[in-house]
Design a protein around this ligand. Structure first.
Ligand code: AHR
Length: 514
């Protein structure tokens, strides 16, 4: 028997199969009429820890260019990444907040205890007018969550009137007295927050009835239609979605919310460290992050039964990685560091949202400054941009761009006996015709070559940006604030009609094709 004759095909087969395991292929098409809403890139600022106080709203710092007490260095950094909306005042805080306590002369504003977050005294110095001023400086839309848990229908109704009515009434007179005669025009309104939990521990049918009452008296003033967002499910509570969609008339809804946090361990009582984690912890974290895709798919399928035309948005208005707090910090302040792992969690989640842009029209990372998966950390007058900030910078090109569907064949990222897809991706085309492809390689050890087919879309040149670092645990610190930052990416080449990209391990890359 001629062994050589039989060995050769075996060798070829094994080379092909190992090539297939170590490399990926991607097909991008322009067969879609969908747009990726810019509001997917939204942010969230609650009265919690140093998110507002000691974050956005700080005593004037030496040399800082504050506007009143608003930190302009933070504002400038967030303007650069074009944050489209800011959710406020909570979170759990929203269902204890009474907006009238936060207007008028600062010295006359009553104090309250923030029972959810460390039991600290809230002096109400940052209230409605300050929030709207901040949104104006940021150039973003406000998204206000009204108090359904401990508030009243009248309170929400008058808050809407205070902000949106362009005529004379007791509350609009107050608005003028507070320095703003013209209406602010706030369209995004959350009707309660986590009404299944901290917002009142309601059943879904009780909440649906409450929503109908609150929404009835939250009026659309002329040229100011509201986009009302009902409290949707916690993570995989599919019954909540079913009951809400069944019991609330869809024409009264702009959206329903979904809250899902990535916990490294999956365990609320011991979530895991933000900086000190093993490869196995990392694998479990990104696996938990990928669950977002399943949640959106299954909640959307329920919504499709009641709303096949996808009139109602799924608004993921709280998401991000939630770890143990930094040692020595107030456990009620939820202050955590931010590593390359968090950046890849953000990039992967944003890819999931982009790919579900038919239903997901808005999302809010929790929370912008100094809380949970923050974009910015501050230390007195200093501030630093986290790795997650750089992902939002890199991904801003997808805002309001045309969605491009993708088909990906990814190698596995294997850990022990478990595995997930190593690569994830989303793509879009902006108004000038540029194509942007955002790829993530979650594997912490393997580089992955990917062959991309753009089908009938024409392009000549490719450039790119990358975020990566030596270790998956790497962070930016006040001693080394720029350790992780965007760099130009040069490992993408045109090869005939194909694009060949070599994705480094543990990296996020956005390519621009012209
Ligand atoms: O983002 C922190 C908290 O998480 C919010 O206040 C609450 O809505 C959620 O449980």
């Amino acid at each position: 028997m001629n062994m050589k004759k039989y060995l050769f095909p075996l060798l070829v087969a094994s080379t092909i199969s190992s090539y297939a395991q170590n490399s990926g292929s991607l097909s991008v098409s322009n067969d879609s009429q969908l747009t990726i809403s810019r509001h997917i890139y939204g942010q969230f600022a609650e009265h919690l820890g140093h998110g507002i106080y000691g974050g956005f709203w700080s005593d004037k710092l030496p040399g800082a260019k504050n506007q009143n007490r608003i930190r302009m260095d933070i504002v400038e950094a967030l303007k650069k990444i074009k944050i489209p909306n800011l959710r406020w005042p909570g979170g759990c805080f929203a269902d204890e907040y009474h907006w009238r306590d936060g207007i008028g002369p600062g010295t006359q504003r009553p104090r309250m205890v923030n029972t959810n977050w460390g039991g600290v005294v809230e002096d109400n110095s940052f209230g409605t007018n300050e929030f709207l001023k901040l949104c104006g400086l940021l150039g973003c839309e406000p998204y206000i969550t009204a108090n359904v848990g401990s508030g009243t229908v009248d309170e929400m109704s008058k808050w809407v009137e205070y902000l949106n009515f362009d005529g004379e009434s007791p509350v609009t007179k107050l608005r003028a007295l507070n320095g703003h005669p013209a209406p602010y025009k706030v369209s995004f309104w959350g009707v309660g927050n986590e009404s299944w939990g901290c917002g009142g521990n309601m059943t879904p049918s009780f909440y649906a009835d409450q929503y109908r009452r609150y929404a009835s008296f939250a009026k659309n003033y002329p040229n100011m239609p509201l986009k009302k967002i009902a409290c949707g499910p916690n993570s995989g509570d599919y019954n909540w979605t079913e009951v809400i969609m069944k019991n609330i008339p869809i024409q009264t809804l702009w959206g329903i919310s979904l809250h899902y946090y990535t916990l490294p361990t999956g365990n609320w009582s011991k979530k895991g460290s933000a900086t000190n984690f093993t490869d196995e912890d990392y694998f479990n974290t990104v696996k938990n992050c990928l669950k977002m895709d399943e949640l959106i798919t299954k909640h959307s399928a329920i919504m499709d039964k009641y709303d096949p035309r996808k009139h109602v948005a799924l608004v993921v208005d709280e998401w991000g990685i939630w770890t143990d707090v930094e040692p020595g910090t107030n456990p009620g302040f939820l202050y955590q560091q931010n590593s390359l792992r968090d950046a890849l969690v953000a990039a992967t989640t944003l890819n999931i949202f982009n790919n579900h842009c038919d239903r997901v029209k808005m999302a809010n990372l929790a929370q912008t400054i100094n809380v949970l998966q923050a974009l910015i950390l501050t230390d007195k007058d200093k501030m630093l941009l986290t790795p997650t900030y750089h992902i939002f910078d890199m991904y801003k090109v997808h805002q309001d761009a045309k969605f491009l569907p993708v088909k990906l064949n990814s190698p596995d990222y294997v850990s022990g006996t478990d595995k997930i897809a190593a690569v994830n991706v989303s793509a879009s085309q902006d108004a000038t015709g540029k194509i942007h492809i955002s790829l993530v390689n979650l594997d912490p050890h393997k580089n992955i070559p990917i062959t991309i087919d753009l089908n009938d879309m024409k392009w000549k040149t490719v450039i790119g940006e990358i975020l990566t670092s030596t270790h998956i645990t790497d962070i930016n610190t006040f001693a080394q604030p720029d350790k992780l930052h965007l760099k130009s990416f040069t490992d993408a080449k045109k090869d005939g009609s194909k694009l060949i990209v070599n994705m480094p391990s543990k990296s996020a890359v956005t390519l621009e094709l012209n």
